[in-house]
Structures are given as C-alpha cells and as structure tokens.
Design a protein around this ligand. Structure first.
Ligand SMILES: *Cc1c(COP(=O)(O)O)cnc(C)c1O
Length: 239
C-alpha cells in the first residue's frame, strides 16, 4: 500500500538514519551520500509530506508523469533537485532538460547529440544547468537501458569531448536476481578509471550495501513512499 503522509515522513527519517549508520560503518561521512527519494507512481499529496519534512531531492522515471506532478511544486519550493532515473527517448530530450536538474540515464551517443542540439537551439534552455550521469547496464540485460560496461569508457569520453555534457558519475540497476555488491563494485571500477566522482546505486532493498561500496546517491522509493499502485512502477525497463 502507499504510505500515509505521516508514515512517509517517519519512513524518510528511518531511511536517513540507516544511511547514516551504513556510511559511518564504512568510514564515510554521512553527508557524502545523497538520498534521492523516488516518487514515481505516487501522488503529489504524499510527495508534499516529504517536502514538508524538509527533503528536496527526488527521482522520477518518466518525463510525462513528472511533468504532470512537478512544475507547481518546483515553483513553490525553489530548491528542489529533480533526477530523471528512467530511460529517456530522444524526442523527450527537450522536455527532460526543461524539468530535470539531473539526468541519470544518459546511455547512448544519439541521446547525447540530441541533448546538445536542444541546449544549443532553444533559448529557454540556455540558462539551465543540468547534471548528467551515464547509466551502465552492468548485468548486460537486454530488456534494460544503459550502456554495456565495455562501451562505457568511450561514451564517457564522447560526452565530455564531443558534446560538452561531461558526466558527473555513473548509475546502475543490478539484475533483480543477482548479488548487487558485484554490480556496485563494477560500477565503482568504471567510475574510478574514468575519474568520475559520483555513483548512483542502491534502492530500497540494497541501499546500505551500496553505501558500503561507495554510493554517493541512493535511489529509494518503496521504503519511503510504500508500494506503488499505478503505472510507472517498472524499474527502468526499456519502453
Ligand atoms: C523505481 C526505481 C527505484 C526505486 O526502487 P525502490 O525499490 O522502490 O526503492 C530506483 N531506481 C530506479 C531507476 C527506479 O526505476
């Protein structure tokens, strides 16, 4: 079931406390790990409860759903940071650039080219500072978005050199039936050899493991908002 507003605020505090414990146990500063509260599939009323509890960093996986929920909230709370964590179709690139502050799902040159072209040709996007992560399909699952691990280095290089969209970090979603730690370790290795500082990894079931493996961003939905009951609940499969 979706959480009530009270539950959501309490869940948020509990997730933060668990993140802090995991960070300290790993010898890391708790402030080095950002909680991205994944609000896909949940109503604005419960999102509001989490905003009122002081949280500002959120994730959505679909451009259209986010467009229906977030513009008024972003007007009301100027310091919201909205992450796109789902696959991005090239024809939605301009919409994504208008609304999202971080695009975590850059996974192909064609998308990078489109993002660059939209930024260059649309005056309303000139003032936007959007941050980018490269999504890596660490499990090489055919139904999942993300660049293959073996092709990640060249995409990261092309983003910076050819498109002026230097990636801040990497994102991954491990296969549901595999040990996530192996995938977190692989993502860390790819980031390290490319000199990237940020790692977006870990969800409700494994965010503490991710923190142990160096996550700088964890994406947590269910543990804060409860279960999702509407479309948009899929975990990042291709459309
Ligand atoms: C839905 C989703 C999450 C959150 O998953 P939970 O298990 O609900 O915490 C994290 N990352 C991505 C990419 C998602 O699509």
């Amino acid at each position: 079931m979706p959480a009530t507003a009270n539950d959501a605020a309490a869940n948020l505090a509990a997730v933060r406390a668990r993140m802090e414990t995991a960070a300290l146990a790993a010898g890391r500063a708790p402030s080095d790990v950002t909680l991205v509260a994944v609000s896909k599939g949940h109503d604005v009323s419960i999102i509001r409860a989490v905003l009122e509890a002081g949280h500002r960093v959120f994730g959505e996986n679909r451009v259209q759903e986010a467009e229906a929920k977030w513009p008024p909230l972003k007007t009301e709370y100027a310091d919201i940071c909205l992450h796109l964590i789902g696959p991005l179709q090239t024809n939605k690139a301009a919409d994504a650039l208008r609304l999202f502050d971080v695009i975590e799902s850059v996974d192909r040159v064609r998308l990078a080219a489109r993002l660059r072209a939209e930024l260059d040709r649309r005056p309303e996007l000139a003032a936007r500072t959007v941050r980018y992560f490269v999504q890596v399909n660490t499990g090489e699952e055919p139904q999942k978005a993300g660049i293959a691990p073996g092709e990640a280095d060249s995409l990261i290089e092309a983003l910076a050199a050819d498109y002026r969209l230097a990636a801040e970090g990497l994102m991954c979603i491990p296969p549901a039936d595999e040990e996530p730690a192996l995938h977190f370790a692989l993502l860390g290795k790819i980031a390290e050899r490319n000199g990237l500082a940020s790692l977006s990894m870990g969800m409700s079931d494994d965010f503490e493991v991710a923190v142990t493996f160096g996550a700088t961003h964890v994406r947590v939905g269910t543990a804060i908002f409860g279960t999702r009951q509407v479309a948009g609940s899929r975990i990042n499969d291709l459309p």
